[in-house]
Design a protein around this ligand. Structure first.
Ligand SMILES: Nc1ncnc2c1ncn2[C@@H]1O[C@H](COP(=O)(O)OP(=O)(O)OP(=O)(O)O)[C@@H](O)[C@H]1O
Length: 267
């Protein structure tokens, strides 16, 4: 098959494919006929001005919202219409634009809850504190500590998560998402609210996650982060796909430049 708009799709191995995806909220067409693929092992970014439909698209992919039309295939299975926990069990994890950590839990405990999705006792045991076997508990704790080490916050394992600095909370959230051992990680604005040093650290972490063999799809406003780490970029404008290409080509795309220059907070 030949590629569309600058991207060669021949011989690709998508882990995620969207075909003709629509989302309407009453009269508002928030996502309008969006199609693209995410190659296994790649980092792909979705960018676009405020209100372009990026978060809505993430919510459709992760099952937080039902699609109005179209298909979403993940690891060879159509997932539109499935529940979030069913999609999570297929190997998808996500973080949220607004960090969602549990009050009263340490950083380590937050990551361990993420791990319960994969444990034999399962997600509900994690949520309702049903007893895990001693062996399961020990393995989950050890793996969760490894993830905190990967995120370079192992020394904060016993600190209450919501009392951590913002950048550290993002690292906990990424570790929690990784704890379910996803094949695809969705990151919704991982650099939002971070300073340039924390953003550089997040860029390093995302590349490290990809190097672990995990595919990454991210929504992000920080253009230098997106251009640095992405293999490909999808640009949304008013819910529709405006462009899909490599970072150098997106930077030179006249239509993309136009929508960003027309925006007050263009990067
Ligand atoms: N639950 C909802 N009900 C009605 N309208 C919604 C809902 N969620 C999003 N929208 C609208 O859909 C459009 C797309 O919103 P969305 O949050 O997906 O954009 P975005 O690209 O993620 O924006 P931002 O960069 O500001 O986060 C906006 O006009 C928004 O107001």
């Amino acid at each position: 098959m030949s590629g569309e708009r600058g991207v060669n799709t021949a011989g690709r191995e998508p882990i995620l494919s969207l075909h003709g995806v629509h989302k309407r909220f009453g009269g508002l067409h928030a996502v309008n006929d969006v199609s693209f693929m995410v190659d296994a092992g790649s980092i792909k970014a979705v960018i676009g001005p405020n209100g372009a439909g990026k978060t809505t698209l993430f919510n459709l992919i992760a099952g937080n919202l039902p699609v109005s039309a179209g298909t979403i295939s993940f690891r060879g299975q159509e997932i539109q219409g499935r529940k979030t926990h069913q999609i999570a069990r297929l190997g998808m994890a996500r973080t949220f634009q607004n960090i969602k950590l549990f009050h009263g839990m340490t950083a380590l405990e937050c990551v361990m809850v993420g791990r319960h999705v994969q444990s034999r006792s399962g997600f509900f045991a994690g949520m309702f504190s049903l007893p895990l076997t001693w062996k399961e508990e020990r393995l989950i704790r050890a793996r969760s500590m490894e993830l905190l080490e990967l995120m370079q916050i192992a020394d904060l394992a016993d600190t209450e998560a919501t009392s951590l600095a913002f950048g550290q909370q993002r690292a906990v959230e990424m570790a929690r998402a990784l704890a379910s051992e996803p094949k695809l990680l969705l990151l919704d604005e991982p650099a939002a609210g971070l300073n340039i040093y924390e953003t550089a650290e997040v860029a390093r972490l995302i590349s490290a996650i990809r190097d672990m063999g995990i595919t990454v799809l991210l929504v992000e406003h920080d253009m230098s982060l997106v251009m640095d780490i992405s293999d490909e970029i999808v640009v949304l404008s008013f819910g529709a796909k405006l462009a899909e290409d490599t970072p150098p080509n997106i930077q030179q795309n006249a239509e993309v430049i136009k929508i960003y220059l027309g925006e007050d907070d263009a990067a």
